[in-house]
Ligand binder design. Sequence first.
Ligand code: 3HC
Length: 292
Amino acid sequence: MNAQGVSRIAIIGAGNMGHQITALCAMNGLRTTCTDISGEILKKAEDFFRSYIEGRVVKGKLSTEEGARAVASARFVEDMGEAVADADYVIEAAVEALEVKRNIFAELDRITPPHAILATNSSRIVSSRIADATKRPAQVCNLHFFNPALVMKLVEVVRGPHCSEETVATSFDLCQRLGKIPVLLEKEVDGFLLNRMLGALLREALWLHDMGIATFEDIDKACVHGAGYPMGPFRLMDLTGIDLEYLIRMEAFQNSGDRAELPSPGVIERFLKGDYGQKTGRGWYDYAKAVK
Ligand code: 3HC
């Protein structure tokens, strides 16, 4: 199957990334189904989708007909079996936990059509750690979007040792159909390309903060006003989720046993309070007024 053969897509997980990937696919002419184990998160994603499309039409970014077509292309369903029954391509955007992803992929393998490609949007788990949970490892790959997925052009496509050429080529072409700029990683590497580079910046920023060298606000200002970043690393962490940063660091620590991998004290403090960033209304910054 090539990308033109992909007409139905299913998104597993309607959270931070999944709800935007869903909107992106529906706006680009794919019959899109989104599912989540939480009815509440799914409802939030559907509400976002409808108001986003409305906003695009009001802003003149979509015609009324294009908006109506996008709305007609998307379905939000609680039952994963129903969501993926006729999918040509599945993008898993569930929680960043290996066992959860392996279980989802094992189930997807049983319930999706045999030709379907199964991609994970994981931020750092390489697909070779998941592919053997299925009987179709050649059709499993990483397809890594960036937050906010409706805006950021980059998508990383990762060639795992098990991936077929067709899976890589179809995934790459699909990104282009979605208006994205895909880059190809020829080999798997923990954290892929951009998160490795952003991670280096973030580690340094957290060290400067934890050592009391500067406030997080001033570190952000330095990046924005001295280096032209759209936002500093602390505001970015609020966007991508402090919970995600915590989970990624804990997994890295569990894998390596290296205490230097543990989350920084400022991250632990906020994680334990449930202050995950924009999605909870407070992280490094306070968003309470903006959250409905
Ligand atoms: N969702 C959807 N669209 C959004 C959005 C959001 N959360 N935030 C902004 N936008 C859209 C607006 O609608 C607007 O679109 P339009 O021009 O077509 O109408 C456009 O983005 C610009 O919006 P604003 O003027 O309000 O905002 P900014 O110019 O400040 O841009 C930003 C906001 C795009 C988020 C910008 O600050 C930025 O690029 N930040 C850096 C983001 C980044 O680095 N992302 C990568 C994170 S790492 C990651 O994702 C790793 C993964 O593994 C988790």
